[in-house]
Design a protein around this ligand. Structure first.
Ligand SMILES: O=P(O)(O)OC[C@H]1O[C@](O)(CO)[C@@H](O)[C@@H]1O
Length: 413
C-alpha cells in the first residue's frame, strides 16, 4: 500500500497543521483579518467583541471548545466534535474546523440568540459592497450583447460566467491581491462542459447547489434563466445555505437581493429578473435548503431526506470550492484520480463548477498536472484556475462507499 494511503484505501484527510498546506495560511493569515473585519462591520457591543477576540485566542493558542451551552444546536455539535474538542485547532481536519469556525462566529455575534442581534448577517456589509461595485453595472449591461449569440454560444458563455463568478469569493479574497482575471477559457484546466450539456433537455430537472452571493449568484441566476428559457430544463431547484456561512455563501435573503439587483439594470438583465420571478411563481424555479449545507461533513454523509430530493435531479450542479471539497472529500487525492471514481456515490448525476482555491483536486490529466507543477503558479490555490467536471456515468468501479448519513438531531428537516 502506498505510504500516503490510510488502511481503508482513502488518502488522508487534509489537516490544518502542515506549514506548507493551504489551510495554514487560512488560519494564520485570513482568520485574524476576517475577525477584525467582522468587528468593524457592525456596532457590536463589548460582549460580542470580547467573544470574537476569545475565539481568536482559542484558535491561535488554545484548544477547541464546544459551543456555548445554551446554543440550540449545542448537543448536535457536541456529538459531531467529540473527537476534536480539547485538541488544538491546528490538529483538526481543515474541512471540519473551518465549518465549525463559521458556526462559532455566529455564536459570537448572537446570530441565533433571542434578542436584538438575532438574524443579523455579520457578512452582509461585505456582500452589499460587491453588489454596489460600479463595474458590476457594465458586466450586467454586457448581457445585452450576449443575446445576439446563437443559443448554444449563449449557454456556454453563461456556464463559464457562472464558473468564473466563483472567483469573486469574499472570504477567499481576504488578504489576497485580486489576481489577474483570465478571459473565458484561459485557466480552465478540466472541461467536461460538452458532457454536461448532454444531461439537459426539455424534461430535465436541474438542482443547483449554490455557493456565493453577489456576482456569483447573479451569474447563476442568468444561467438558470437560460436553462428554463431554452428548454434545457423543465425546472430548476436552487439550493441555498440556511444561514450565513463562509463569509459570502448565498442565503435566501441574498437570492432576493440579487434578483432585485438584476432588475435594476435595464435591458436583458431586467428581462431575466422578471422571467425568473415568473418561473418562481409557477414553481419552475424553486428554492431549497437544508441544515446539512452548513454541517462540517463531506457529502458522503448527506442525510437521507436531502439525498432523496437531490436524487430527483437529472443533474446536480455543484458550485464552488467548498462544495467541491465536500463532494470529492477533502483529502490528498492524487490530482489524476478520476472524478467519476470519487463521485459515483452521489445521489444523482453531478457536475462541479469550481475555481480552485484549496489543495484538493482530482480529474486532471498527467500532462496538464506536469505542466502546471512546472509553472511557478500555485495553481491549486491561486483562485485563478477553474474546472468544469462531470462524471460520465457509473461505468467505473466504486472507489469508496457512502458513509452512514449524518444525523442532524431532532427539530431539523
Ligand atoms: O466560496 P468557495 O468557492 O466555496 O470557496 C471557499 C474557500 O475559501 C476558503 O474558505 C479560503 O478562504 C477555502 O478554505 C474554501 O474552500
Amino acid at each position: 500500500m502506498p505510504a500516503h494511503e490510510q488502511p481503508d484505501g482513502l488518502p488522508p484527510e487534509l489537516l490544518n497543521n502542515d506549514p506548507d498546506g493551504f489551510a495554514w495560511g487560512v488560519w494564520h493569515d485570513r482568520t485574524p483579518k476576517l475577525i477584525a473585519q467582522i468587528k468593524d462591520a457592525h456596532p457590536y457591543g463589548p460582549a460580542q467583541r470580547e467573544t470574537m477576540d476569545a475565539l481568536w485566542d482559542e484558535i491561535s493558542t488554545g484548544r477547541m471548545q464546544p459551543l456555548k451551552s445554551g446554543a440550540h444546536d449545542h448537543d448536535l455539535w457536541a456529538a459531531w466534535g467529540v473527537e476534536f474538542f480539547g485538541k488544538p485547532w491546528l490538529d483538526t481536519p481543515f474541512l471540519w474546523s473551518e465549518s465549525y469556525f463559521y458556526r462559532r462566529v455566529l455564536d459570537a455575534v448572537d446570530y441565533f440568540t433571542p434578542g436584538p442581534w438575532r438574524g443579523l448577517d455579520p457578512f452582509e456589509p461585505m456582500k452589499a459592497a460587491e453588489l454596489s461595485d460600479p463595474t458590476l453595472e457594465t458586466d450586467l449591461q454586457a448581457l445585452n450583447e450576449l443575446d445576439l449569440l446563437p443559443p448554444a454560444g449563449q449557454g456556454q458563455a453563461k456556464l463559464l460566467a457562472s464558473l468564473w463568478g466563483n472567483r469573486a469569493d469574499l472570504g477567499f479574497r481576504i488578504g489576497k491581491q485580486s489576481g489577474s482575471l483570465h478571459p473565458e477559457t484561459e485557466g480552465l484546466i478540466s472541461d467536461h462542459s460538452a458532457q454536461l450539456w448532454r444531461h439537459l433537455g426539455p424534461n430535465a430537472h436541474v438542482a443547483i447547489v449554490a455557493d456565493n452571493a453577489g456576482r456569483e449568484l447573479l451569474a447563476d441566476l442568468v444561467l438558470i434563466d437560460h436553462l428554463l428559457e431554452h428548454h434545457l430544463a423543465a425546472s430548476v431547484s436552487l439550493h441555498l445555505k440556511p444561514h450565513p456561512y463562509y463569509v459570502s455563501d448565498a442565503t435566501t435573503a441574498d437570492y432576493a437581493t440579487c434578483l432585485r439587483r438584476l432588475s435594476q439594470t435595464s435591458g436583458a438583465a431586467t428581462t431575466i429578473a422578471s422571467r425568473l420571478k415568473n418561473a418562481a411563481a409557477k414553481g419552475r424555479l424553486t428554492i431549497d435548503t437544508h441544515d446539512f449545507y452548513c454541517a462540517p461533513w463531506s457529502f458522503h454523509q448527506m442525510p437521507n431526506d436531502l439525498a432523496a430530493r437531490i436524487k430527483t435531479a437529472s443533474l446536480a450542479l455543484l458550485k464552488g470550492d467548498l462544495n467541491y471539497r465536500r463532494l470529492v472529500g477533502d483529502r490528498t487525492w492524487p490530482a489524476t484520480t478520476r472524478f467519476a471514481d470519487v463521485t459515483d456515490y452521489f445521489p444523482s448525476q453531478v457536475a462541479a463548477l469550481r475555481t480552485l482555491k484549496s489543495d484538493v483536486v482530482v480529474g486532471i490529466d498527467k500532462e496538464t498536472e506536469t505542466k502546471l507543477d512546472a509553472s511557478s503558479q500555485e495553481w491549486r490555490t491561486d483562485g485563478i484556475h477553474g474546472l468544469i467536471q462531470q462524471a460520465a456515468g457509473s461505468q467505473y468501479p466504486k472507489v469508496h462507499q457512502p458513509k452512514d448519513s449524518c444525523s442532524l438531531g431532532s427539530g431539523v428537516e
